[in-house]
Design a protein around this ligand. Structure first.
Ligand code: ATP
Ligand code: MG
Ligand code: MG
Length: 429
């Protein structure tokens, strides 16, 4: 891929935008780009430098992503705290062509890594609540202020944030956004002393998070000191990767979302809107709490991945109403005129509440409360799903019966700061 039209090869110390940005180490890569940690000599801060492949379609995609990101950045800055910020953009010419570059705020590891790091056991419910709250505030901002559908919400696309700038105070910062990778840092070209210290910190912080699922999931109480440790970590995160985002009034792609997070109306090609993000959000919340994906459809003998996906949904949520099942452009591929699947006949109903108790050892009350939060988001009728704003009012996010209801109601985009401090108060109890 490092050829004409492809990636731009970067070496540590390379300069960009007339010397303003200096490459430090590779953070990651995707189908479209490589992303580097860079030092911004103008602001003396670290940034993430996303360098797109140079072929025309990649330039086009980058310009789209920039247009979405800059419209998000145009909003009130306090409201956009839960989505990644675009700092700058420029073109860089190299041996492989002209690369559109994006300068983004530097964030930490993804939620996927957090879950992996916790050995797929699921995070303590208090942590899940904190993360859900961040994502919902971000979504509420995107949906209500901008009418933007993210269309690709998943664990990889939510990155952790450190509340303290690691560049300014690397040693004293309590939680590093960089988690130690169990499989080793494959990208790390240079690991500085500061970074090692950060990692040691992160290891300790993560060690505190690990192994908490059992204590929070109804398998008995955890010792008090342990609980204090979990609550000491202020999990914050931001939604990233707007390469596939679109405006709700102009949805351009028919097939959106990563398979496991895909809403039923997308599979059926029945049209979609903002509520597809709410479906993916519910999948994320479940995965954070259990360590397993909610739906993992597979091709089988005589049926497609799509049909298996629909079957899994109905096994969890009950039969899809006939009217919804039969009105998509692709409905006939899967459903007969009675609204039954054509090739998968016997469904084993296993509702979410029972699944959480029987497979994930949730206590009855945890399971009930969590499924009361999730099931409405998984409504087959997209227009019936709660909005991000409505979700933020849900009792489950309060997570504590003793919290007065007026406190939970304060959490809204109008008052993000209050929302977050409420979160700390509630979760930290
Ligand atoms: P995709 O194929 O997923 O669309 P892409 O080429 O559009 O990939 P991104 O997903 O935006 O690229 O970024 C690639 C990787 O770089 C991410 O998975 C993440 O590890 C890292 N990364 C991206 N943005 C940031 C950021 N702001 N801070 C830190 N790391 C980042
Ligand atoms: Mg990505
Ligand atoms: Mg992308």
């Amino acid at each position: 891929s490092y050829r004409k039209g492809g990636y731009h090869a970067v070496r540590v110390g390379d300069q960009f935008a007339g010397g303003r940005y200096v490459a430090q180490r590779k953070l990651g890569w995707g189908q479209f780009s490589t992303v580097w940690l860079a030092y911004d000599t103008t602001t003396s801060a670290y940034v993430a430098l996303k360098i797109q492949k140079s072929a025309a379609q990649f330039v086009q995609a980058a310009l789209h992503e920039i247009s979405v990101l800059s419209s998000i950045a145009d909003g009130a800055p306090s409201n956009s705290k839960f989505v990644v910020q675009l700092i700058d953009q420029f073109k860089h010419t190299g041996p492989n062509g002209q690369h559109q570059c994006m300068v983004l705020e530097f964030l930490g590891d993804s939620l996927l890594r957090l879950v992996k790091y916790n050995r797929y056991k699921g995070l303590p419910l208090n942590k899940v609540r904190e993360i859900c709250q961040c994502i919902l505030i971000g979504l509420d901002y995107l949906h209500r202020e901008h009418g933007i559908i993210h269309t690709d919400l998943k664990l990889e696309n939510v990155l952790l944030v450190s509340t303290i700038d690691p560049a300014k105070d690397p040693v004293r910062s309590g939680v590093s956004p960089i988690l130690e990778r169990p499989e080793g840092n494959v990208n790390g070209a240079v690991t500085s002393l500061i970074e090692k210290k950060l990692k040691r910190r992160a290891r300790r912080a993560v060690a505190k998070i690990s192994g908490q699922r059992a204590s929070m999931g109804g398998m008995g109480e955890s010792p008090k000191s342990e609980r204090r440790n979990i609550h000491g970590i202020d999990v914050r995160c931001k939604v990233v990767d707007f390469g596939n985002a679109c405006w709700a009034d102009n949805p351009f792609a028919e097939e959106i979302q990563t398979r496991q997070y895909r809403a039923p109306e997308v599979i059926l090609q029945a049209g979609y809107s903002l509520s597809v993000d709410m479906w993916s959000f519910a999948c994320i919340a479940f995965e954070l709490a259990t360590g397993d994906m909610l739906f993992t459809p597979k091709v089988g003998q005589g049926f497609s991945e799509d049909e298996d996906h629909l079957a899994l949904m109905m096994e969890l949520l009950g039969k899809m109403p006939r009217k919804i099942a039969t009105t998509g452009a692709k409905s006939k591929d899967f459903f007969d005129r009675h609204g039954d699947l054509k090739r998968i006949r016997r469904l084993k109903f296993w509702p979410l509440n029972k699944l959480l108790i029987e497979r994930y050892m949730f206590s009855e009350s945890d399971a009930l409360e969590f499924s009361e939060f999730l099931v409405p988001l998984l409504d087959f009728a997209p227009e019936k799903r709660p909005t991000a704003q409505q979700c933020l009012q849900h009792a489950w996010l309060a997570g504590n019966d003793s919290v007065p209801s007026e406190m939970t109601n304060e959490t809204s985009v109008e008052n993000v700061d209050a929302g977050i401090s409420n979160l700390k108060i509630r979760v930290g109890k």
